[in-house]
Design a protein. Sequence first.
Length: 418
Amino acid sequence: MKLTVIGAGSTYTPELVEGVLDRRQELPITTLDLMDIDRARLEVVGALARRMAAARAPDLQVRLLTDRAQALEGADFVLTQIRVGGNAARILDEKIPLSLGCLGQETTGPGGFAKALRTIPVMLDIAHELERRSPQAWLINFTNPSGIITQALATYTKAKVLGLCNVPINMQHDLASLLGADPARVTMDYFGLNHLGFVRRVFLDGEDVTARALSDPGREFPEEEIEPYRVLGLLPNGYLHYYYYRDRALAKLQAAPRTRGEVVMELEQELISQYRDPNLKEKPAALAQRGGARYSLAAISLVAALHCDKQEVHVINTVNGATTPDLPPGAVMEVSAVVGKQGASPLPVGPLPVPVRGLIQAVKAYEELTVHAGAEGDRQVALQALLAHPLVPSLPVARQLLEALLQAHRPYLPQFGE
């Protein structure tokens, strides 16, 4: 069995390798291909990965590759975690919107829009090459904005793709803590979009325990999630505070001495320095500060569910089909689904709850327009996408945002021409 990681120069990779090593009894992975276009960074991260494997699974072949075709050839599972333009581009995604009075964030609003435009063409190239070299493989996308990228792959390719985010699994673990139960016993009636999802009901061993789980949820969930729950009767994931507390969120970002991207850039330099230590044979504790908690658990658990036909419930990004009548059948949504060898079967959602239906539909329209713009290089549609987003206040601001972002990221946006 071969597992390939595209974007393996990421500082997240040691956590992913740890997940592979933890699951080797049920996942007979013999080859782990780590691929990245940045050879120098790949050598540092990959050397740590090899030391980790040598310490726990000396028979596991860990290959470090800059040739994408070689990495995709013969793969059974491909995990994508790329960042087009690196953290320098992320920082621009954050600062440019803030300078125009809009939210500056990696995945939500104009920042996520710019990241998607840069990323969509590259991810489409990866998926098309996977179709040619390993059409049977599953592509599990962790690249942000995960929902939009998965939508692009579902719209423009025939790859077997599922999108993944660590936010739902963190909510599951928080709910399990509230219930005093093993997380494996807890499932959620979860629906929405990536970074715009809601928990409607909570189950313990199949029994509805929503009232019990959320009777005193403040111990595990911040007030910015609990107060909307009390109003809506739905537990929102953490990214909803950008919508329900937008003025507060914007003011906090504008007042911060550094953007999150600048903080992450410094953290990654420290992590890379630690990874160079030839005596280090496990992921360092400092990796927890990087974010992405339970990333490997979510990713490798999903791989195991697919490979072992587990018929487990996972929250994934996949096409709607008939899951809800309130989104187009081809729209990618984030939803609880039963996962087995044949893929993911979303659990029925039915009509979206009225208090959140309009927000979900508006953001989905923005996502569909962003995918079109990113794949086709259409400026008019790109402007329509920004205008459709609830966090962009006006057409003049949308125009300024578009021009500033296209200019700042021109080297990474060849689809828009000169």
